[in-house]
Write a protein that binds this ligand. Structure first.
Ligand code: AMP
Ligand code: GLY
Length: 426
């Protein structure tokens, strides 16, 4: 089949890499893609949020299946537009994507369907939000309702910090429309795990679990980022907990969305936290995670395009979604200063050497100037290695990282360490 992939980050490079290895894929277009996807596919200079132009491209190039990487086009209704035009597309429609694009909807939805999550209140009024925040036993997590590229959540350490966040969101309008409503929720403690599932609106096929590393520095210190690395599988989600997450989170979500007239097709991402009081759902996302995609897709044995087509057509066979044994680790190499201000346009060396060492180097924020690879974003590369076990995959991923250099590059040196600690080997 002819496939069009929408997006341009590290997740999309991993998707393109996996689709290129799908026997059912004859040709692959990526819009707009990046220098990494250009090596797997044909990049087309159409923006990921330009829905009319994407639809025209799919028509002109007789695309059989369109796959959407990022949340923004899903929240804008790309799936609705393609379906109205009679084109096959994998992903949730706009109403179903609200599970990610509106935290107020998502929290209410979880409450209606008894999906375990943090206690919360939703507010548009600053004084009411502050009063609720102060009534909680610990300084709360404060979240804008709408999409904010991962920057709309403040897990406060003090009540004053929570109040400042509420002021930025509700009084100063720092997040625009996305911050007109907020969610204030009880702070939870525990290890976080991402459990994603393919779904056709009825059946679910969970992926291998993964653990992201959101904080910028080792030991989960410093501000949150888009994700400084990941590993899979995350064994802290034991087989029992995994079963519980499927039964108490993923299935009720898929069934609840269908029951509310928002049938969900595509990849549903559950961000879980394992608290002393059991599994709680921090959030749902309406797409693959970034950098989770970079570590789960290399472990997928099944044909990704076939699985996503089956989701889109409402005929997913969960038994066909096979996985490889072993582990996968991705270390993000970021620009100096990220997640704050950073410089771009700096030359990158050593990618070929890392690949010679057996790593898969996923491009996240790069561009080409002639044949010279330059930095072009906060997260620049995702250096990824697959191995028979987590220890080997960690070792090999960091060998790749050592081979790569650009001015100011920084990365976490403890990606996967929690997995080793869980296995009792650290
Ligand atoms: P979210 O986008 O809602 O998943 O929030 C982003 C990150 O903030 C999560 O991955 C957690 O690390 C943290 N976080 C969100 N909500 C809470 C909470 N209620 N308690 C503790 N940490 C949280
Ligand atoms: N890794 C977190 C996310 O994709 O939202």
């Amino acid at each position: 089949m002819r496939v069009l992939l929408v997006g341009s980050g590290g997740r999309e490079h991993a998707l393109a890499w996996s689709l290129r290895r799908s026997p059912s894929v004859d040709s692959l277009l990526v819009a707009p893609g990046n220098p990494g996807t250009a090596r797997e596919a044909e990049n087309v200079a159409v923006g990921a949020e330009d829905i009319p132009a994407l639809l025209a491209l799919a028509r002109e190039r007789s695309v059989d299946l369109t796959i959407v990487g990022p949340e923004a086009p899903l929240a804008l209704g790309i799936v609705d537009a393609f379906q109205e035009a009679g084109r096959t597309i994998a992903g949730p429609n706009r109403a179903a994507a609200e599970i990610e694009s509106s935290k107020v909807f998502s929290k209410g939805f979880m409450q209606r369907h008894a999906i375990p999550t943090a206690e919360y209140g939703a507010f548009t009024d600053y004084d009411e939000a502050v009063a609720f925040a102060r009534s909680l036993p610990l300084p709360p997590a404060v979240k804008v309702d709408g999409l904010a590229a991962g920057k709309g959540v403040v897990v406060s350490q003090t009540y004053a910090e929570a109040e400042a966040a509420l002021r930025h969101m509700l009084l100063e309008g720092q997040f625009g429309v996305a911050g007109r409503s907020v969610v204030v929720e009880e702070r939870l403690e525990g290890q976080e795990v991402s459990l994603l599932a393919f779904t056709d609106g009825e059946r679910v096929a969970p992926l291998v679990s993964a653990q992201d590393h959101k904080a910028v520095f080792d030991g989960d210190q410093g501000p949150n980022t888009g994700g400084m690395g990941a590993y899979a599988p995350a064994d802290v989600l034991t087989p029992e907990l995994r079963q519980q997450a499927i039964e108490c989170v993923l299935l009720p979500a898929v069934r609840g969305l269908a029951a509310e007239g928002r049938p969900y097709r595509g990849v549903l991402y559950a961000g879980l936290i394992l608290t002393p009081r059991g599994i709680k759902t921090l959030e749902f996302n309406c797409r693959f995670g970034d950098p989770e995609a970079q570590v789960v897709l290399p472990l997928l044995e099944a044909d990704l395009a076939e699985v996503l087509l089956a989701c889109a057509e409402g005929r997913l066979d969960p038994t066909s979604v096979n996985w490889r044994p072993g582990a996968c680790v991705c270390v993000a190499m970021a620009s100096g200063g990220y997640p704050g201000r950073y410089q771009t346009g700096l030359p990158i060396d050593g990618v070929e050497e890392a690949e010679r060492l057996g790593c898969q180097v996923f491009h996240a924020g790069t561009r080409l100037q002639g044949s010279r690879l330059l930095t072009a974003g906060g997260r620049v590369l995702g250096v990824t290695a697959t191995g028979p076990d987590l220890e080997t995959a960690i070792r090999d991923a960091y060998r790749g990282v050592q081979a790569i250099s650009f001015q100011g590059a920084h990365y976490r040196t403890d990606v996967g360490a929690k997995g080793l600690a869980f296995a009792g080997r650290a």
